[in-house]
Design a protein around this ligand. Structure first.
Ligand code: FAQ
Length: 309
């Protein structure tokens, strides 16, 4: 029976029909999806912190309203993603506890600090820009609930990316000090953003299987290249520069060539040694502990209503 189920699953994948929660799936497929979707959800939650740091200090009322909306969207994205993971049998409390115990990952990018207002602009423009390149591909991921969540997430992230670029444009076209602040932010965020796509293809242990299962549609390096090709002209349009002396346009391939990424730094940040890892996890732990009474009250209320019904 199991061989039959496996054959049906393989045919469904090959036919580009989505796998749904009711369908049989190999345990390893379920496990890798919980891993990836769970990390993705955690990234959205932890990703609220660097920008949240600037909500009280946004330079104008308009910027503050936009930033509040963006950060709220990220909370919403986390909810879609945790729900998608739940359709695979994952337990949300368990996932959150694994995050605060350092047993589940979240994107390395959110372990870098937001030192200036320009960093908020850079996150919208570059971090959301990178997230879109990755997530547009995931709209065609073979697991239905994940792919459908990505469609809505991408729409919202397009707005995030535009607002970031527009905020960056204001700074780049502003006073000398503002332009310098914008450049400083690009200098600090450029390389960490390139690592959002994951390790090089040769060092990516999950890629081959995830590609075979149509979870990933493009490799880490392919998406990274796409992001660089999209973004370098935007940096230039702003009158800013990319902090990479090896960056050059290759006429023949139609792609930008870029310098070597500092993989030692990437692995150190993923292992917990980035500038803000400790602070980020501490913030999530505090929120989890302080929210305990709300979760308990909501559960008690739900149980009472069920009893009454
Ligand atoms: N940081 O074998 P691979 C956002 C881990 S966007 C930390 O290549 P895979 C929006 C990887 O998990 C950011 N860890 O893995 C937003 C694996 O570890 P494991 C979130 C990383 O899964 C914007 C190991 O390295 N987006 O939040 C990173 O095939 C602004 C080996 O790597 C997503 O999560 C990294 N950068 O490919 C929010 C997208 N890269 O699990 C707020 C969905 C790799 O074996 C503000 N995820 N690792 O222990 C994916 O597309 C994939 O999981 C990849 C990695 C491409 C990230």
């Amino acid at each position: 029976e199991s061989a039959e189920q496996q054959a049906k699953f393989d045919q469904t994948i090959a036919a580009e029909i989505s796998i749904e929660p009711r369908d049989w799936m190999p345990e390893a497929y379920r496990k890798t999806l919980i891993r990836q979707i769970g990390q993705h959800a955690h990234s959205e939650v932890v990703g609220m912190l660097p920008e949240g740091n600037w909500i009280t200090r946004a330079p104008t009322l308009r910027r503050k309203a936009v930033l509040l909306a963006k950060v709220q969207d990220e909370a919403g994205h986390a909810l879609y993603l945790y729900s998608a993971a739940e359709t695979l049998g994952a337990d949300r409390n368990d996932m959150v506890e694994k995050l605060i115990d350092g047993k589940m990952k979240y994107s390395s990018i959110f372990n870098y600090p937001t030192l200036s207002w320009a960093d908020v602009a850079a996150i919208g423009w570059l971090v959301d820009g990178a997230a879109i390149v990755n997530q547009v591909a995931l709209c065609r991921a073979s697991y239905g609930p994940y792919a459908r969540a990505m469609v809505r997430v991408c729409k919202e992230e397009s707005f995030h990316q535009r607002q970031g670029f527009e905020a960056m444009m204001a700074l780049a076209g502003g006073t000398k000090a503002q332009k310098q602040m914008a450049q400083d932010s690009v200098n600090r965020f450029w390389w960490p953003v390139l690592t959002m796509f994951g390790p090089c293809d040769d060092d990516s242990p999950n890629s081959a299987q995830s590609m075979a299962w149509n979870i990933k549609r493009f490799s880490n390096d392919e998406l990274r290249q796409k992001f660089v090709d999209n973004t370098v002209p935007q940096v230039e349009a702003l009158g800013l520069t990319v902090p990479d002396p090896d960056l050059k346009w290759n006429e023949e391939t139609g792609h930008y060539e870029f310098g070597e990424i500092n993989w030692d730094e990437f692995y150190a940040v993923v292992a917990g040694q980035g500038p803000c890892n400790h602070e980020r996890i501490a913030a999530r732990r505090k929120a989890w502990e302080e929210g305990r009474w709300v979760r308990e009250a909501a559960s008690a209320y739900a149980a009472r209503r069920q009893q009454a019904a």
